[in-house]
Design a protein around this ligand. Structure first.
Ligand SMILES: Nc1nc2c(c(=O)[nH]1)N[C@H]1C(S)=C(S)[C@@H](COP(=O)(O)OP(=O)(O)OC[C@H]3O[C@@H](n4cnc5c(=O)[nH]c(N)nc54)[C@H](O)[C@@H]3O)O[C@H]1N2
Ligand SMILES: Nc1nc2c(c(=O)[nH]1)N[C@H]1C(S)=C(S)[C@@H](COP(=O)(O)OP(=O)(O)OC[C@H]3O[C@@H](n4cnc5c(=O)[nH]c(N)nc54)[C@H](O)[C@@H]3O)O[C@H]1N2
Ligand SMILES: [Mo]
Length: 788
């Protein structure tokens, strides 16, 4: 189809604009429907092409990737899900931020007044200089924001500007998988993962807390590839998850419900069975691993600190990890554990993967390593049809993003600890709070820039507590929030900035790290003007840079469009199979298939462990990690926290065994459901209609509380109360309940009590971090439920 721009160009070429016909054509132009390419850049981990049809300066319809003949096997179409296709609803949402605003009430009250861009820019520049001069760059923080994942006009623009201003306090880890990211490399030298297509070579595919049918939704992306691999060879599929998820329902031959936070206990019992039945792959453990038994334990390790001793009850806790022991902890019947052990030991190749639900817990660093113990103990690593226990893998793609420059600030904090750094940054150190880069922080956080994220409140732990932290203007002095929508985080802004959305600006996107076998570049073409005074992040930062006297350094003489082209061409230098920019731009996307050649995790290591050492200190798989033991030797841990060099199970706060259990007997966690990506898309009525929020609870738990399906209930603990309808079903194990994470926090006073009527799970979560990564243990909650 001819676009409006092509039409205009063609017209100009034949001299139309001067003729009487030209004015008639010019008048008719807005009536002509035209199409352009855009991309959904919200962080589900994939990125999808969306096609915008516009007429009269409005987006009238959205389609997705239908750019190839329907039956093309490869490169296939990348089909956006229901959320990606809601671009039009997002653009025209009543919640859009329209103008720059300044806070007029108390912080958090949500009272704002429209201001000019000049005033917004000047206020930001003045406060930035003041805070930097008074407290130093270490007092300025860039907030974790996963919502805007494009290449130029995104967080990259903000970080570029922040570095030009002398830098900022950084974070490490992520809300996605902080525990796993920090712990797994001690064992595996990184996060090796086989491509989804490798599942087709397995005979047994076991997923621990992994729900790709919901969390990898793009058609043509990873979820689709897993489907294809499963259907190709039909391995037996077992899903281990507290909830009967879409993955369990549509892919699994068996669903094994498990209590949250207890996977390491299940694995220990499986190990117990394999050791006692001589089913472990002893040759593999001897040759490729450190610390399975005494033979390969590092010299520095205490006696009986090896994994085998731990399992058999010869370790410090003297507890044999029998199926009976594990059954009480996990809630899984003894026979199911015994049968699972037998099935895994006898069915090879075995492909084990984990989602990030199991690790988003207080003991998550141990859980994620424990899950990897399954393929390690059975020698199911580095061979066709196997995986090393991580999420199904992806194709690394060296896309070049807008350069952000260098950040001279050395200090880095765990991503979950920014509220602590506001309150007591100067007390935070390497040994108490996992600070990296420096021994101790020199400042509390005084200023935050938050663009494309809702973690200022909604996505962070313990909303009611966070609300109190943010309200104190003496602690956090200045907060800039930039978004498309009036989110709960926006309510706390001192200056609130309206960003453009989708086809309102020019940009580009690349695969998001969860694309599985395919890699792609996607064009974001400007098709409509912003309706109000929204500006792209690139432009907002340019204006602030200008005010700060940094414009030339910020732009380097290039426009936003120039940078898009530059980033593409730099990427193309690394990926020569990409077409020229103009071809890419016309096609709207460029897909690269089969780029990754090493499709099996640790294949080279398996073939030759001497020539292809993994990146652990010994070059082997470290079941016992001496490096980890050494790193935390001088750490001070809060009571109840454990960091073990081997992946042990331990019960900790806000799970069964905690004295709080008497008051709050139900385990609760927030899952990543179809209705949203986190909090994005929450405000779209159509999606809310199709995926209404509720607390999903077991029939037995509901009966015991006189609750019927559809009843409104209070879900509560010492941190807060949430009001939601109950969904009563046997599709979740007894004693456990779950709420889709991401609903917008909306506290209201009901009968003198503050209740979150928005249904945000983080009203109930703890801001206390996990032990090693100091990560977000947001799946770790005890609650009680009663009828409202
Ligand atoms: N539709 C949709 N897709 C998304 C997102 C979204 O919000 N919506 N978010 C994206 C992002 S940023 C991320 S990081 C990923 C998140 O992906 P994940 O972290 O993998 O998603 P979760 O739903 O939190 O957890 C996966 C499963 O773990 C189960 N689970 C929870 N605790 C335990 C446990 O202790 N043991 C076991 N065995 N299972 C447990 C849950 O029931 C759930 O089915 O998803 C991405 N994809
Ligand atoms: N209890 C609990 N909490 C969780 C999780 C959980 O499982 N349980 N999951 C955690 C995980 S894995 C993650 S990744 C985080 C995600 O937390 P966030 O990174 O905060 O993600 P979102 O909630 O999607 O917020 C993204 C924001 O970006 C905005 N946005 C979208 N496009 C643009 C744009 O073009 N410009 C600008 N300026 N803004 C834009 C959206 O409107 C939205 O407000 O949440 C974490 N929080
Ligand atoms: Mo995430």
């Amino acid at each position: 189809m001819l676009s409006r721009r092509d039409f205009l160009k063609a017209g100009t070429a034949v001299g139309l604009p001067c003729s009487p016909l030209a004015s008639a054509v010019a008048q008719a132009l807005p009536e002509i429907e035209s199409s352009s390419w855009c991309a959904c850049v919200i962080n589900c981990g994939q990125r999808c092409p969306v096609r915008c049809f516009t007429k009269k300066g409005q987006v009238i319809r959205i389609e997705t990737d239908n750019s190839l003949p329907d039956a093309t096997p490869s490169p296939r179409q990348l089909r956006a899900c229901q959320r990606g296709r809601s671009m039009r609803e997002r653009i025209y949402s009543d919640d859009r931020l329209k103008y720059p605003m300044k806070r007029v009430g108390e912080r958090g009250e949500g009272k704002f007044e429209r201001i000019s861009w000049d005033e917004a820019v000047k206020t930001i520049a003045d406060n930035w200089k003041r805070i930097r001069d008074q407290y130093g760059n270490d007092a300025i923080y860039w907030q974790y924001c996963s919502g805007q994942q494009s290449i130029v006009s995104s967080r990259r623009a903000w970080q570029r500007l922040m570095n030009l201003m002398g830098g900022f306090l950084k974070y490490y880890g992520s809300y996605s998988n902080a525990q796993l990211q920090e712990a797994l490399p001690y064992m595996l030298g990184g996060r090796p993962a086989s491509l989804p297509s490798e599942i087709a070579n397995s005979n047994l595919y076991v997923l621990f807390g992994n729900n790709p049918s919901s969390t990898r939704p793009s058609g043509g992306g990873k979820g689709y590839q897993i489907d294809m691999a499963v259907t190709k060879h039909m391995p037996k599929v077992i899903v281990i998850d507290p909830a009967f998820t879409d993955t369990a329902a549509t892919k699994a031959d068996q669903w094994i419900p498990i209590r949250p936070g207890t996977d390491a206990a299940l694995v220990a019992a499986l190990a117990y069975q394999w050791i006692n039945k001589n089913q472990v792959d002893q040759d593999f453990l001897d040759k490729y691993c450190v610390g399975y038994d005494e033979k390969t334990l590092p010299a520095s390790a205490p006696k009986n600190s090896d994994y085998k001793s731990y399992i058999l009850g010869n370790g410090p806790d003297k507890q044999p990890k029998t199926p009976e022991w594990a059954s009480k902890i996990t809630g899984i019947p003894v026979k199911t554990i015994v049968d699972l052990a037998e099935e895994m030991a006898s069915t090879k190749p075995l492909f084990v993967s984990q989602g990030w639900g199991p690790q988003r817990q207080a003991n998550g660093e141990h859980t994620c390593r424990a899950i990897s113990m399954v393929p390690i103990l059975l020698g199911q690593i580095g061979l066709p049809g196997t995986n090393a226990g991580e999420h199904e893998g992806n194709t690394p793609f060296p896309a070049v993003y807008l350069p952000v420059g260098k950040n001279p600030v050395k200090a880095t904090i765990p991503v979950y600890m920014w509220t602590d750094a506001i309150l007591r940054g100067k007390e935070m150190s390497r040994t108490t709070d996992g600070v990296k880069g420096v021994e101790k922080l020199s400042q509390n956080i005084k200023m935050i820039i938050n663009s494309g994220g809702n973690t200022m409140i909604n996505q962070h732990g313990d909303c009611n507590w966070t609300d109190k932290v943010l309200r104190n203007e003496k602690d956090l002095e200045f907060l800039v929030v930039c978004d498309n929508m009036m989110t709960p985080s926006c309510r706390y802004a001192d200056i609130l900035l309206p960003d453009t959305l989708g086809p309102e600006t020019v940009d580009m996107a690349c695969q998001g790290g969860s694309h599985g076998d395919v890699a792609c570049m996607l064009a974001i073409q400007k098709a409509v003007d912003p309706q109000f005074e929204q500006k792209p992040s690139w432009e907002i930062c340019r204006l602030i840079a200008k005010e700060l006297g940094l414009e030339d350094a910020y732009t380097e003489g290039k426009s936003q469009e120039d940078w898009v082209r530059w980033c593409y061409n730099e990427t193309r230098k690394k990926v020569p199979e990409l077409p020229e920019f103009d071809v890419f731009w016309k096609d709207g996307m460029a897909k690269v298939w089969n780029r990754r050649k090493d499709t099996i995790a640790l294949e080279a290591f398996r073939k030759d462990p001497v020539a292809n050492k993994i990146k652990t200190p010994s070059g082997k798989i470290e079941i016992y990690s001496e490096a980890l033991a050494n790193r935390v030797k001088d750490w001070t841990l809060p009571e109840g926290d454990i960091i073990s060099p081997i992946p042990v199970f331990y019960s900790t706060w806000d799970m069964p065994g905690d004295p709080l259990e008497k008051k709050y007997p139900l385990q609760c966690f927030g899952y990543h459901g179809h209705g949203r990506i986190h909090s994005t898309f929450h405000n779209l009525p159509r999606l809310r209609d199709v995926h209404p929020d509720s607390v999903i609870m077991n029939t037995l738990d509901a009966e015991a509380r006189g609750i019927k399906d559809g009843d409104k209930v209070y879900i509560f603990n010492d941190r807060g109360t949430v009001l939601l309808p109950a969904r009563v079903t046997p599709r979740i194990m007894p004693g456990v309940c779950t709420i889709p994470q991401g609903a917008w926090f909306k506290p209201e006073t009901i009968n003198g009590q503050v209740v979150d009527v928005g249904g945000c799970i983080n009203t109930l979560t703890n801001h206390r971090p996990s032990s090693l990564a100091k990560g977000n243990a947001q799946h770790n909650i005890l609650v009680e439920i009663r009828k409202a």
